[in-house]
Ligand binder design. Structure first.
Ligand SMILES: CC(C)(COP(=O)(O)OP(=O)(O)OC[C@H]1O[C@@H](n2cnc3c(N)ncnc32)[C@H](O)[C@@H]1OP(=O)(O)O)[C@@H](O)C(=O)NCCC(=O)NCCS
Length: 172
């Protein structure tokens, strides 16, 4: 059970969903547990083996898989429909949308996401790629190489269209 990370998750979700920068644990925790199945997946993941027990009474989403050994605080999952997160590690305050796959290319190679990374709807991040902090993977992009920090990438194969907020067109 990781109470500190759950408290950070609640704060971040409260800020995004309820526009509540204070994000007090109790009203918000109950609100998200009741109305946001994606939040339940994250919470049960944080609770480890106890999560499976609570899932009997209050079900998590069947289509959202968090198979990552280390997920930093403040992960926001906007929609968990058909989303698989099998990374080596995920940093703090990342954001993941629906129909995303973050996963292995073979038995050992899987991605690392640093802090504050956003993975938009339908994007795939595959194999031993590291996504640098503050970077954004555009909708439906396919990333198989390292992504530097502070960029936006789009397309298949993914290319850089923004670096430090400035429009670019660079290969990865
Ligand atoms: C990538 C994204 C974040 C936009 O980033 P941005 O820095 O504002 O990019 P711009 O809109 O300035 O576009 C830059 C270039 O990338 C292209 N582009 C933007 N998003 C793209 C995408 N997802 N796939 C392919 N190309 C894309 C634009 O057409 C533009 O190319 P051009 O100059 O040749 O016409 C956004 O397009 C995106 O994918 N958002 C997804 C949001 C999401 O998941 N929503 C679901 C909510 S339920």
């Amino acid at each position: 059970m990781n109470k500190e990370k759950i408290a950070c998750d609640v704060k971040r979700w409260a800020k995004i969903i309820r526009n509540d920068p204070q994000g007090d644990l109790y009203p918000n925790f109950l609100f998200f547990m009741t109305f946001y199945p994606e939040f339940r997946n994250l919470c049960y993941y944080r609770m480890g083996k106890f999560g499976g027990f609570f899932n009997v009474f209050c079900r998590q989403m069947d289509t959202l898989f968090l198979a990552t050994p280390e997920i930093g605080p403040g992960l926001f999952i906007q929609h968990g429909f058909s989303t698989i997160v099998a990374a080596k590690s995920i940093g703090a305050n990342c954001w993941i949308n629906q129909q995303v796959t973050i996963g292995y290319s073979n038995e050992t190679d899987c991605p690392t996401l640093e802090d504050n990374v956003t993975v938009c709807a339908g994007a795939k991040v595959i194999g031993k790629a590291t996504v640098g902090e503050n970077s954004k993977i555009g909708a439906n992009a396919v990333v198989v190489k390292d992504v530097p920090p502070n960029v936006t990438v789009v397309g298949i194969p993914a290319r850089i269209v923004r670096r430090d907020g400035i429009r670019r067109d660079e290969p990865l």
